[in-house]
Structures are given as structure tokens and as C-alpha cells.
Design a protein around this ligand. Structure first.
Ligand code: URA
Length: 232
């Protein structure tokens, strides 16, 4: 692919703007400043603009360990957006494959591939998500059974789909819950319906994709090819 076309696609600039960046000496290919628009770049080329690596154009997939206090949207009047944690170009083309509440932490998947994210968010696909939950009050003996049978949420017609609960630490009211839906505030509403209250919520996995324990809150990484393909 020609270098100017590559810049247009990765930076979202026009051909003319790409030529200006090149003339200014802002672009390197394999550590050499290149000013010629017709130079060819391949998968093997390392292209940098203003010392920032530009990946080959194509779909992008990331996992982020969302910290408390960040919203999963492009704009918010009150809280910072989780997109601000990404050091990427063309952020406006990215979206969340399933959002978390502002006070929920953990795994969020971010992509510009709408078909891929649809497989995660479409109710028909029943993609499983696992949450670590800390409750305000004790975990009652019948919770697992009730969650498996389905919970009647306020202002919903149908019961929730069977959910799997596993106690982690009774003394801390800590458990793991796996659900295969993504209704608004679903986990909080499920425990509210059981007469309890979620104090803290952390998403650990989406389908087979598990939050990388090497990622501190606010850190992110690209998904591996296996992780991307595991969503089908
Ligand atoms: N369920 C909730 O209640 N909140 C989230 O952020 C995710 C699932």
C-alpha cells in the first residue's frame, strides 16, 4: 500500500493532509524519515507518526481493565470517559462491546468491528459474562437456586435467564456470577430483587476472554488472534 493511503486510513486524514505531514518530516518508516508519498509499506513495515506507532489499517480489538469512576461512552458531563485511557489514533471510530456502569470495574472490550461486537452484545447469542460481586448483606442459602431458576426484575416481562453463582468467600459476601444477558444494571437489579445490594462489581470474563491479571486498572492491551476468534 502507498504510504499516503496508509496515512489516510490510519489517521483519518485526506490525501493532501497526508502529503503535508510527510513534507514536514513527521513520518518514519522503519526509523527513517520518509517524505515521498508513493513509497510502499507492507505488514512488515513499522510506520510512526510523531513517534507514535501506526498499526496496519484493519479492525482493532482491545481489552481494558476499567477503573472505578470512568464511563463507557464517548462523552460525559460528569465523569472521564474510558476512551481517554487509550493511547490510540481515531478513537472516535472505536466502541465498547458491552458497557459497564461508572462504578463497575474490570474487563471491557473495545473495537471498531461492529459485526464482532454484535456477537457479544446481541441477546440472541447469549454470550456469557462472569462478574465478581461483593454484597452488602449475607449470601443466603437459596440464592444459587433462585438465580438458576430466573429472577423477576422490576419492569421486565420475562424472568432472567439461568445464571450460575459460586460462593467465593462467605465472610466477605463475595461470589462469582455468570450471566448470559446484558440488561441495564442487570447484576445490581438481580441482587436487589433478592433483597440484597451490590457493593462492588468487577467483570472478569466475556465468553472465553479473561481479564489479563497483568493489567492494572486503567491499562489495556490488544487482543490476541485466539481471543478475537474465540468470539464467533
Ligand atoms: N450489571 C450491572 O449491574 N452493572 C454493570 O456494570 C454490569 C452488569
Amino acid at each position: 500500500m502507498r504510504l499516503d493511503k496508509f496515512l489516510c486510513e490510519t489517521l483519518g486524514v485526506t490525501r493532501r493532509e497526508a502529503t503535508i505531514l510527510l513534507r514536514r518530516g513527521e513520518v518514519t518508516v522503519d526509523d527513517k524519515v520518509i517524505k515521498v508519498a508513493s513509497v510502499k509499506v507492507t505488514e512488515a513495515s513499522r510506520v510512526e507518526w510523531q513517534e507514535r506507532h501506526l498499526p496496519m489499517p484493519g479492525p482493532r480489538y482491545f481489552m481494558l481493565n476499567k477503573p472505578d469512576g470512568f464511563v463507557c461512552s464517548h462523552e460525559d458531563n460528569t465523569n472521564p470517559t474510558a476512551f481517554a485511557l487509550l493511547d490510540e489514533v481515531n478513537i472516535d471510530k472505536l466502541h465498547f462491546a458491552g458497557r459497564l456502569d461508572v462504578d463497575t470495574t474490570g474487563l471491557v472490550l473495545i473495537t471498531d468491528d461492529g459485526q464482532w461486537s454484535h456477537k457479544i452484545t446481541s441477546p440472541k447469542r447469549k454470550c456469557q459474562k462472569t462478574y465478581r460481586v461483593w454484597l452488602e448483606n449475607r449470601i443466603e442459602d437459596d440464592y444459587a437456586e433462585q438465580l438458576e431458576a430466573g429472577i423477576q426484575l422490576r419492569s421486565e416481562k420475562d424472568l432472567t435467564l439461568p445464571a450460575k453463582m459460586e460462593v467465593v468467600d462467605l465472610s466477605q459476601n463475595e461470589l462469582l456470577l455468570t450471566i448470559s444477558e446484558g440488561k441495564y444494571h442487570q447484576v445490581k437489579r438481580m441482587f436487589a430483587a433478592l433483597g440484597n445490594k451490590v457493593e462492588r462489581l468487577h467483570r472478569e470474563s466475556i465468553g472465553a476472554i479473561i481479564l489479563d491479571d497483568g493489567l492494572e486498572p486503567g491499562e489495556y492491551r490488544s487482543l490476541t488472534a485466539d481471543e478475537i476468534e474465540s468470539i464467533h
